[in-house]
Write a protein that binds this ligand. Structure first.
Ligand code: SF4
Length: 229
């Protein structure tokens, strides 16, 4: 009668808006800088399965918004959701949307909430460094120094919340990384392959759509074989 998979595919298909050098996003600065660089230099259309994963993230966030603004939860008030923000640097702009801002009534404190949907909450022992970096930027930009990362399991809605203390040096470090990214993009030189160099980021290479291009630059396979002489 009808093919629902196809309807979903049509529904979540994104209009192409290639990223522009000079406009950057907080979610992309904590990962491998070279991968982010490739995403500007050689954009690839995300695969349908990846778009579905993004969509699940959106659905989970809509659910979180409903929970936060529900009258059944008077201890918190949702002040804003998906609020745009930007940081203007000398020759580029960092912009994005902040998931949620809530007021915690017991302490009368405004708290930023960054929502991350994940496959298995049991694997989350601490907030991930790239998510902390993103949140530090939000705290820096909004001057709201209370930040949390909420991880929520896509299959059972179990959650964990981590409070992240504001650290100005971490926010400034993130800004430095944007400057470095911008410099490499302007000069058309690839940044170091952080996924290959930093054991804490090596998992990123496994899911990287630029593996082949990256190996070509270094002449090095990710597992260390086939090194260029
Ligand atoms: S393969 Fe690894 S090091 Fe290379 S761009 Fe991808 S994530 Fe970065």
């Amino acid at each position: 009668m009808f093919n629902f998979d196809e309807l979903i595919r049509n529904y979540i298909k994104r209009e192409e808006h290639p990223k522009k050098i000079g406009r950057y996003y907080p979610s992309e600065i904590g990962g491998c800088l070279r991968k982010t660089w490739f995403s500007y230099k050689h954009p690839k259309e995300p695969e349908a399965d990846l778009l579905k994963i993004f969509e699940i993230g959106n659905i989970v966030h809509e659910f979180v918004v409903d929970v936060l603004k529900s009258e059944k939860n008077p201890e918190v008030e949702l002040l804003s959701a998906e609020e745009p923000f930007s940081i203007k640097m000398k020759d580029f702009i960092i912009s994005g949307r902040i998931d949620d801002l809530i007021l915690v009534k017991s302490s009368n404190k405004k708290v930023l909430v960054e929502v991350k949907s994940i496959s298995d909450i049991n694997t989350v022992k601490d907030a991930k460094p790239q998510h902390k970096m993103q949140l530090q930027l939000y705290m820096f930009a909004t001057k709201i120094r209370n930040g949390t990362i909420l991880y929520i399991d896509k299959k059972n809605l179990r959650s964990k919340v981590f409070t992240i203390p504001y650290d100005e040096s971490a926010a400034l470090y993130a800004l430095e990384r944007f400057s470095l990214l911008h410099k490499h993009l302007i000069e058309d030189t690839p940044p170091p392959p952080e996924g290959k160099m930093d054991p804490k980021k090596s998992w990123m290479c496994q899911y990287c759509e630029y593996k082949d291009e990256c190996d070509k630059i270094d002449g090095v396979k990710i597992n260390g074989k086939n090194k260029k002489n």
